[in-house]
Design a protein around this ligand. Structure first.
Ligand code: NAI
Length: 338
């Protein structure tokens, strides 16, 4: 079976070639999947896209016309796929439901620590011979109230780590509470209660029409002044313009993001010689209390190996006519917890 892989980088080639014991014909393509590039997949029974590839109805239509019958996402999120259109076109959709939740959870804690203690800024300063501490005053995580929104695989790890490792008071929100978190002293509460009480909020729920801009002007107006917000989930959860306004007034005391709603035009590329056209993103970069990384929370050796193994396992099962099991993505999976 031929698998057309979009948005690939050298590290994708290395991990997928190492995991390709089944001998699939892997076509490593650098461009993102769009209506214009879908033609590159002609003749490939499977397409393997990444987080910022376009899997809207017109693109899926073009893929189906070229003979594609499987979309094997090499990521967990599937907010970029029109599942209705895929079903109508007879295209199966698979993802990697869990590759290393630890990779993302650990990165989240790293971002939070760096932001509240100014570690990234200290690194820049000391390299320039500046050992002054002014402007680097942080606060203890111990004893702080942290809101964890979404306690699935990643959120549960972050919640436990903050509650048990750092001694934070963790309030969680999820339509499907995890009873196992009780033992770690983690309590569930409604979003407005969490927003009103939290010193820190970290987002770990999927992007859906319901969760888009769950952090917006109205939400931030309820927050304690100085709230620190962390997002390693999906950029669309935050209305970035509202976040900028809240940063300007101090309502938001810090923002650490690994994802950004319009990241598809920015992330995973070296744009250091380009003019940044996104004024909202450019404004975010000007704040001393904003820390941005380019969707790298997943990026560990363990995660890349597991992504390649599961993705190619999904292709093997599909080629053999077997069910895709927990990797299958259907509309029902968007509303019901697997
Ligand atoms: P998961 O499916 O295990 O957990 C998501 C949780 O969010 C579930 O428990 C679900 O019930 C809950 N949820 C759904 N709607 C909610 C709402 N309105 N409010 C609160 N909770 C809600 O997913 P997992 O693996 O923990 O991933 C979480 C997110 O992290 C995903 O959306 C994914 O897109 C993102 N992600 C980001 C990565 C990165 O590199 N930055 C890498 C991997 C995942």
């Amino acid at each position: 079976m031929r698998i057309a892989m979009f948005s690939t980088k050298p590290y994708d080639r290395r991990s997928f070639e190492a995991a390709n014991a089944a001998g699939f014909e892997l076509l490593f393509l650098e461009p993102r999947l769009t209506a214009e590039t879908a033609v590159l997949a002609r003749g490939a029974e499977a397409v393997c896209p990444f987080v910022n590839d376009d899997l809207s109805a017109p693109v899926l239509g073009a893929l189906a016309a070229g003979g594609t019958r499987l979309v094997a996402l090499r990521c967990a999120g599937f907010n970029n796929v029109d599942l209705k259109a895929a079903a109508r076109l007879g295209i199966a959709v698979a993802r990697v439901p869990a590759y290393s939740p630890h990779a993302v959870a650990e990165f989240t804690i790293g971002l939070l620590l760096s932001l509240v203690r100014g570690i990234h800024r200290a690194h820049q300063r000391t390299r320039d011979g500046n050992f002054a501490l002014d402007g680097l005053l942080g606060f203890d995580l111990h004893g702080r109230t942290v809101g964890v929104i979404g306690t699935g695989k990643i959120g549960a790890l972050v919640a436990r780590s903050l509650a048990l490792g750092f001694g934070c008071r963790v309030l969680a929100q999820d339509p499907f509470p995890d009873p196992a978190l009780d033992a770690a002293g983690i309590a569930y509460a409604e979003l407005p209660t969490i927003v009103a009480q939290a010193d820190i909020i970290t987002l770990h729920c999927p992007l859906t029409p319901e969760t888009r801009h769950m952090v917006r002007a109205g939400t931030l107006a309820l927050a304690k002044p100085g709230l620190v917000l962390v997002n390693t989930s999906r950029g669309g959860l935050i209305d970035a313009e509202a976040a900028i306004e809240a940063l300007k007034t101090g309502r938001l005391g810090g923002l650490a993001i690994d994802v950004y709603e319009q990241e598809a035009d920015l992330f995973f590329e070296d744009l250091s010689n380009e003019i940044l056209a996104d004024d909202v993103f450019a404004r975010l970069l000007t704040f001393p209390n904003v820390l941005v990384t380019g969707h790298q929370a997943f990026f560990t050796r363990e995660a890349l190996g597991a992504i390649a193994a599961t993705t190619l396992g999904n292709c093997t099962r599909f080629a053999a006519g077997e069910p895709l099991g927990a990797s299958a993505v259907t509309e029902a999976a968007v509303v019901a917890k697997p």
